[in-house]
Write a protein that binds this ligand. Structure first.
Ligand code: ATP
Length: 189
């Protein structure tokens, strides 16, 4: 059976990610969806506001008690920039049948990814689009609709910096983690 590979910064994980992951799990009948926080992300200049260990810990809390969704620490543990091609090769070598899941914003950038053509030849790539928003045209990917949940990690970080609540945007346990570790209170994290 196929394993969905859902990569991102997860800085932090939020309900938009989780609803998309669960929808993809069900509508594509995947065995599982692995959420893969990037270690250092090449197209974001390697910068994140929260350290990789915190981002991974929050993903772990977000998928706790969620059958079929799990954290994969593969990119957090690998040294150097996180390239999806390396992740997919490792998963293939481990005997899994990965399907790469990408939001339509990530799909727009896909041509710049390392070994993009190789990725397409190795695994199935699915682009998920949010209901009511146009699918990216002309890229030739299969698309799946997920519910529109208008929340982003950027908004969550901005709300924190402004001292506003992020309750209901992230799972309760993630909220507690952010508060306990005082994440996203300033520009530098
Ligand atoms: P940022 O605001 O920092 O750019 P983000 O909220 O977009 O972060 P990422 O970790 O960059 O989150 O996203 C990982 C993947 O999750 C991307 O493929 C993106 O399209 C998707 N995604 C992000 N937010 C949502 C959402 N609200 N609904 C569905 N998918 C989402």
């Amino acid at each position: 059976m196929q394993t969905g590979v859902f990569g991102g910064s997860f800085d932090p994980i939020h309900h938009g990610h989780l609803i998309a992951a669960r929808t993809l799990l069900e509508s594509l009948s995947l065995e599982q969806v692995r959420l893969v926080p990037a270690g250092a992300q090449p197209l974001k200049g390697g910068r994140h506001l929260a350290p990789a260990e915190d981002r991974a810990a929050m993903v772990a809390l977000g998928v706790e008690d969620e059958p079929g969704l799990l954290l994969d620490r593969i990119e957090v543990e690998r040294a150097g920039p996180s390239y999806t091609i390396d992740t997919l090769r490792s998963l293939l070598a481990g005997g899994l049948e990965p399907v790469l899941l990408m939001g339509s914003d990530a799909a727009g950038d896909f041509a710049r990814w390392r070994q993009a053509a190789e990725i397409r030849s190795l695994v199935e790539v699915i682009v998920f689009t949010r209901a009511g928003q146009p699918a990216p045209a002309g890229l030739g990917f299969k698309t799946v609709q997920v519910p529109l949940v208008d929340v982003s990690a950027t908004e969550i970080r901005e709300r924190r910096r402004a001292g506003r609540s992020i309750r209901y945007l992230v799972p309760e346990r993630v909220l507690s983690y952010i508060e306990t570790h005082r994440l996203y209170q300033s520009e530098t994290g």
